[in-house]
Design a protein around this ligand. Structure first.
Ligand code: GLN
Length: 199
């Protein structure tokens, strides 16, 4: 399998690279279109989706990433990365764009501001133990389309992890609390997909 790309434009990409190193998976930093060649999967980190949107357009990554999503590249979006993957989202500026692909509607900053950030234990379908994760100005999945599997919810039923084919989107951050199992889950997705990004 080729390396996993981590979109390194803004946000906590360093933490994602560290998780991949910890679990022994080769990783590559994605900053230019040619960095995408040969990757087996892509992680879009948390951060600020408006900024990730603007920088991915400026660095001409937006169109190639959209094409790769359409071609079946496995992509894992965390928090702002989930917003980048949703086909529909609310709570952003009118001109905010994203990559799309995942048939969900996501509400940005659904828990409030930075001071409303929190950590919690979650059950995640496909992981055999509870995971301790952080929600940081997190989005919520308000609608999941017919082809979308819900992998995790909060106690009140709000959807915080989804999968549709090769696309995985989560509202929270496993990479800041030392959890590696969601990345391991994604690496398994990449192995099964056996995709290699071409030019
Ligand atoms: N609130 C941010 C956004 O809308 C996401 C926060 C995060 O990624 N931790 O992009």
């Amino acid at each position: 399998m080729g390396p996993i790309g981590v979109l390194c434009l803004q946000g906590d990409f360093r933490e994602h690279l560290a998780v991949l190193t910890k679990i022994g998976v080769p990783a590559v930093r994605i900053r230019k279109p040619q960095d995408l060649i040969g990757i087996a999967g892509l992680i879009i980190p948390g951060g600020e989706s408006t900024v990730i949107d603007k920088l991915s357009q400026i660095y001409e990554l937006s169109i190639p990433i959209k094409k790769l999503i359409g071609a079946g590249l496995p992509v894992f979006g965390t928090c702002a990365g989930l917003i980048m993957l949703a086909i529909d989202f609310t709570g952003g500026p009118a001109d905010q764009e994203n990559f799309g692909g995942l048939d969900v509607t996501v509400s940005r900053n659904a828990f409030g501001t930075q001071v409303d950030s929190f950590e919690t234990e979650l059950r995640f379908d496909g992981i055999d133990h509870a995971i301790h994760v952080a929600f940081i100005r997190a989005p919520i999945v308000k609608r999941a389309g017919a082809g979308v599997s819900v992998l995790a919810t909060l106690d009140d039923g709000q959807i915080v992890a989804v999968r549709q084919g090769n696309l995985l989107g989560i509202s929270f951050h496993p990479e800041v609390t030392g959890v590696t199992s969601v990345h391991e889950y994604f690496v398994e997705m990449c192995k099964t997909a056996n995709f290699t990004a071409e030019k």
